[in-house]
Design a protein around this ligand. Structure first.
Ligand SMILES: [Mg+2]
Length: 321
């Protein structure tokens, strides 16, 4: 039997213990709620060097087309840009069929037949130059071991994105891929007419592939929020990584998501970037805005990955140690 004094002490001790347990549980819950559990990563020039592969393959194709057709490169670039803008992509498999100067130069043959050698150069260079940046695969494997959900979000179109995911061995490493749907097929054409690869080279087996609405380009806060929502995460649980200050970093910041800038992937000052600007499907105002941001450093990233994608991994270790 406890004395009244002993009983009072027992109650005090247990009440304090109860409060300590509650406080500890609240801390655990809070850290679980804000623990970084999902990475949303851009793909082109974040996981792989898209620009280098594009530039090597496209510039070689363009040089060969100029030689074979006799059409001045400047005229080809202008007409190619018009096709790219019409189709909403800078990687259009039926490009040769729709450039008026090439149609005229090849007549009565099909441009795809007359200039097949240029397409072979394009495909061979693209295949050889498309590869992950060093350290990407190990970093993604480490994130998976930590239980982090890996979501990719690219504004590139579905077909070539699937090919790159398979080609770089990331089918199944990326849990969910969000990309733009494919371009509108030309009148009377089907997907099989427009694509040039066998299905095994562009059909994902393990990564789930979802589409963002057609025509939606980055930065788009609503799309990023809806991706997180669909995957069951809140903005504070996510880290977003991408190479573009304008499209990736600004979007993440406006969405309340921790942003990491893939500085190693920046290509705007590289030789050949002006060629991309001249033939890209991007609207003029997007090109102008990108130039302005590159010049003035208007957007300040929260985290900077200077050398490698692997620099994001410690952001996920903080709440797990
Ligand atoms: Mg990118």
């Amino acid at each position: 039997m406890l004395s009244p004094r002993q009983a009072r002490l027992w109650r005090l001790r247990h009440r304090r213990g109860y409060h300590l347990v509650c406080r500890h549980l609240a801390c655990v819950l809070m850290s679980y709620e804000t623990r970084k559990s999902v990475i949303v990563t851009d793909l082109d020039n974040t996981l792989w060097d898209w620009f280098d592969a594009w530039y090597q393959s496209f510039s070689a194709m363009l040089a060969r087309l100029t030689e074979l057709s006799g059409v001045p490169q400047k005229d080809l670039e202008r007409q190619i840009r018009q096709v790219h803008q019409l189709r909403g992509t800078t990687e259009y498999s039926r490009l040769l069929h729709e450039v008026p100067a090439l149609i005229a130069a090849a007549a009565p043959a099909s441009p795809a037949v007359a200039f097949a050698e240029a397409m072979q150069v394009l495909n061979a260079r693209r295949e050889a130059a498309t590869r992950l940046y060093p350290g990407v695969r190990n970093a993604l494997d480490e994130l998976k071991k930590l239980g982090v959900t890996i979501v990719a979000y690219t504004e590139s179109l579905a077909y070539w994105t699937e090919w790159r995911v398979i080609h770089t061995g990331l089918d199944g490493v990326i849990d969910v891929l969000y990309s733009a749907p494919d371009h509108d097929w030309p009148d009377g054409a089907t997907a099989d007419d427009v694509t040039v690869l066998t299905p095994s080279k562009y059909s994902l087996k393990q990564t789930r592939h979802q589409h963002v609405p057609s025509g939606v380009i980055k930065p788009n806060v609503e799309v990023l929020h809806s991706i997180l929502d669909e995957q069951g995460f809140r903005p504070e649980q996510a880290v977003y990584v991408g190479d573009s200050l304008m499209k990736d970093v600004a979007m993440a910041q406006d969405a309340g998501v921790l942003d990491a800038h893939a500085e190693y992937g920046q290509v705007q000052k590289k030789t050949g970037y002006d060629l991309l600007r001249r033939v890209s499907h991007w609207p003029d105002e997007v090109v102008a805005r990108e130039r302005e941001i590159a010049r003035s450093a208007l957007i300040e990233p929260t985290i900077t990955c200077q050398r490698s994608f692997a620099e994001v991994v410690p952001l996920f270790l903080r709440d797990r140690l």
